[in-house]
Design a protein around this ligand. Structure first.
Ligand SMILES: C[C@](O)(CO)[C@H](O)COP(=O)(O)OP(=O)(O)OC[C@H]1O[C@@H](n2ccc(N)nc2=O)[C@H](O)[C@@H]1O
Ligand SMILES: Nc1ncnc2c1ncn2[C@@H]1O[C@H](COP(=O)(O)OP(=O)(O)OP(=O)(O)O)[C@@H](O)[C@H]1O
Length: 336
């Protein structure tokens, strides 16, 4: 590798030596949709949305490094069900940036390591998060200096949730969810996240919503202003009354057990519970950190879900946290 690409920006000639750039690690959050109104299907097959995203403190980390042998390693919970080939969304991000910068997308000379903390196929934008992280990391690795707005345009080509994974915080999303405006959210909100035993595929959940709706319509997207006011006030009780997700009925129709999970969270003391995005993960809003810990303990004892996490939001979007974490003890579960 050393010295083989003297003209490329990712190796730097130092006399007879070349220096391979330091690996870059990006941390990226999960999301929950506090409000998700699904309108009609557009000619391109996507549904018109009005949604409010919030980034939560469940995170993935993506490390990119220059390598002769490209590949993807995935560590952490659910790693076995994450593809390590070209359908991995983070790999698609690498290929997109390679095309964008005039490199060969089939041989980008990059190795990816993904550490999953976001549930896979859980409705929390795990794959989208990895794609956003890979965009930011490779932009830095190759010193492309693509600005945040242009990165967001590239992100939208990969998936509707990817631009929000880059942005983070709390944001209003329109279009198919990719057009974003940041929203003021005072204070930190405390969440309990209940993970289901198996994932749900997003297209199937939208299709189930269409099936349940039948010929009714047109479908107006719901009002979001009261929720934005609750966010600005910072009062979780006010916010709890306004949480809503049009995909919830479809997710519950595909997974009737979610009804029991949602009920159990509220019985355990949460202010309200919703299915997160396309599900099956359920998110419960709590009054404060202590309440969240109590709800999490009770919910995990209720036997209604696979596992339970406590999280806070909003948190920042994808951001560089440092160089290689190769000294970490977690053994890889999937190899490229
Ligand atoms: C459910 C949400 O997570 C809510 O934020 C998103 O709408 C899903 O976003 P995503 O996973 O990034 O989805 P994409 O990869 O863009 O699309 C996957 C599939 O979901 C459906 N889809 C997605 C977004 C949208 N506005 N309308 C749709 O109907 C389509 O069947 C599409 O083929
Ligand atoms: N880097 C990735 N991490 C997780 N899943 C990925 C990744 N790349 C591709 N996938 C595939 O995408 C599918 C959906 O996974 P993901 O975790 O993104 O779901 P999700 O959180 O429900 O997505 P969203 O909330 O954006 O609809 C998985 O079944 C997996 O096969």
């Amino acid at each position: 590798m050393l010295g083989r690409h003297p003209g490329r920006a990712d190796t730097y000639a130092l006399g007879v030596l070349s220096v391979v750039p330091t690996p870059i690690t990006v941390r990226v959050p999960a999301k929950v949709n506090l409000h998700l109104s699904v309108g009609d299907t557009r000619p391109d097959g996507y549904h018109e949305l009005v949604t409010v995203f919030q980034a939560l403190s469940l995170t993935d980390e993506v490390t990119v490094r220059t390598a002769d042998e490209p590949g993807i390693e995935v560590h952490g919970e659910g790693a076995d069900s994450v593809p390590t080939g070209p359908s991995n969304l983070a790999w698609r991000a690498v290929q997109l940036l390679a095309e964008h910068s005039g490199r060969d997308p089939e041989e980008p000379g990059v190795q990816l390591t993904i550490r999953k903390g976001i549930p896979v196929a859980g409705g929390m934008a795990g794959g989208s998060a990895d794609a956003a992280a890979a965009l930011l990391a490779v932009n830095a690795l190759w010193r492309l200096e693509i600005g945040r707005d242009d990165l967001a345009d590239l992100a939208a080509k990969i998936g509707s949730d990817v631009p929000f994974s880059l942005l983070g915080g709390t944001a209003l999303g329109t279009g198919r969810g990719e057009r974003l405006v940041p929203v003021l959210a005072r204070h930190t909100f405390h969440w309990v996240i209940a993970l289901d035993r198996r994932g749900l595929e997003t297209p199937g959940v939208y299709a189930e919503l269409d099936r349940l709706r039948g010929d009714t319509g047109p479908h107006r997207v719901g009002e979001v202003e009261p929720l934005l006011e609750a966010l600005a006030s910072g009062d979780p009780r006010q916010l709890a009354l306004l949480l809503g997700n049009d995909l919830q009925s479809a997710a519950v129709s595909l997974r009737p057990n979610l009804r029991r999970t949602l009920r159990a969270g509220v019985e355990a003391g949460a202010l309200a519970g919703i299915v997160s995005g396309s599900g099956p993960t359920c998110a419960f809003l709590c009054t404060d950190d202590d309440a969240a810990v109590r709800v999490a303990a009770e919910l995990s004892g209720a036997g209604v879900c696979r596992t339970v996490r406590v999280a806070q939001g909003p948190v920042p979007g994808a951001r560089i946290v440092g160089d290689d974490r190769a000294d970490r003890p977690t053994p890889p579960q999937v190899h490229a």
